[in-house]
Design a protein around this ligand. Structure first.
Ligand code: GAR
Length: 216
């Protein structure tokens, strides 16, 4: 069967993008990374993608007069590469309503908290300040509201005494790298069904949509 053509949007380091590229290198992985688009010309992830022979495009938000014009330029780049499914991986631009509408049901994000807790920026700081003992990451569909679309899967990690934003971020990031390729696989295999706010993943073991890593 033809592989799902995935476009990955980044703004920076690109470690989640790299995890997806790595996963997609396996012959039996049902998706391929068709292109990587960055809104920042100096995003380190661009070099990682190029080194893996993945086409890259920079669409700088600075070159576009407003959010929707920028969004349309990003969509045009994705379409040029035949993208069918869009994955945000540390993409730090807020869309106009046009983009999530254009890609509705085919646009996902990963966020470093157990949503709906701790939306927006400085997420690990928010978790530490709240004193939670459990945090993690969430893969979710992107809708018009920031960090709010239907949740597909989550990975949980402990928050321990002495944690800093850096230690907690790193612990969560390791789980992001496990979770995101899994979720893209499920989408490519046609397992994901959305019903309003709820997502069902068909044909996976019970509990497969929650990863838990007790490693502190
Ligand atoms: C990741 O932790 C991701 O969850 C977060 O940015 C980081 C990007 O790292 N995304 C958000 O906060 C989106 N709201 P990466 O560039 O190494 O993948």
């Amino acid at each position: 069967m033809a592989k799902l053509r995935v476009g990955v949007l980044i703004s920076g380091r690109g470690s989640n993008m790299a995890a997806l590229i790595r996963a997609a290198e396996a012959a039996d992985y049902p998706a391929e990374i068709a292109c990587v688009v960055s809104n920042k010309p100096d995003a380190p992830g661009l070099a990682l993608a190029a080194a893996a022979n993945v086409p890259t495009v920079t669409v700088s938000h600075r070159d576009h007069p407003d959010r929707e014009v920028f969004d349309r330029a990003v969509a045009a780049a994705l379409e040029r590469h035949g993208v069918e499914f869009v994955v945000l991986a540390g993409f730090m631009r807020i869309f106009s309503p046009w983009f999530p509408t254009r890609w509705a049901g085919r646009l996902i994000n990963i966020h470093p908290s157990l949503l709906p807790a701790f939306k927006g920026l400085h997420v690990q700081r928010q978790a530490l300040d709240a004193g939670v003992r459990l945090s993690g990451c969430t893969a979710h569909f992107v809708t018009l509201d920031l960090d709010s679309g239907p949740i597909i899967a989550q990975a949980a990690v402990p928050v321990v005494a002495g944690d800093t934003e850096e230690t907690l971020s790193a612990r969560i990031l390791r789980q992001e790298h496990r979770l995101y390729p899994l979720v893209v696989r499920w989408f490519a295999e046609g397992r994901i069904a959305v019903d309003g706010e709820k997502v069902a993943v068909q044909g996976v073991p019970r509990g497969a949509t929650l990863l838990f890593s007790p490693e502190a």
